[in-house]
Design a binder for this molecule. Sequence first.
Ligand code: PAF
Length: 292
Amino acid sequence: METQESIRTVTTIGEMQALSEQWRKQGVSIGLVPTMGYFHDGHLSLIRHARQRCKVVVVSIFVNPIQFGVDEDFEQYPRDLERDSRMAAEAGADVLFAPAAAAMYGATFQTAVQVKQITQGLCGASRPGHFEGVTTVVCKLFHIVKPHLAVFGAKDYQQAMTIRRMIIDLDFDIDLDLAPIVREESGLALSSRNEYLSPEERREAAILFQSLRLAERLILQGERDPEKVLLAMQAMIDAVASSKIDYIALVDPETLTPVQVIDRNIRILLAVYIGKTRLIDNYLVELSTGID
Ligand code: PAF
């Protein structure tokens, strides 16, 4: 279907499954962009990506209660379904799937999908239960929307690698595409949570990307010791008064295990509080030859 300005909103699981079933019978390819709404250009780039590859594009909006910890921002998480609906339509989505929490998790719900290893460190260490909540809801969305393709953003890199693992381990016949991070001019990665930042914090939040670029410069100049790169990043971020580092890690891009020596492409992941807002970002540092 072509880019359009109206969009069909589906709120029940039964209607979504019936629609997808019908598309599948007609041989129509289905792209799914799972989101929690409150769209920015990052989300729109995922929708446009799915639009390029599939005949129909379904965008799900569901602020998933089970992936938030008790002290986290589930209640506060920004929501604006009307605005999202307009933006999704303009970006070329055909259907907005926006179920109620009670429809997704009935009173007797008791199942969880857990990817065991790749979820242990990084965000998994700071947010216990988070990835189990993510994989459980994404697994449900896959069964409801029955997509051929699912598109996720590279900003949530550990999430994307976790879902990739789940797709492989649970034999979902679904392609996963990772769309590049979209950034503000300052380098700050777009996120619905940027909404929480004051104008000053927003300026300061650019330090995440600046520290990633510093790491890249050091590595491209020949630094091979991850510890030294980490210390330089820490010093740069700590110089911003409102910042508090949750973690910085230089990891293998596939397994997400820390590298001992930088002798191949690595991915740097970090989570930093700016004021009360926890932000994440990551960056692939590519060594041209792989060896010195
Ligand atoms: O990245 C998100 O917005 C969420 O974690 C997701 C994948 C939609 C699952 O709730």
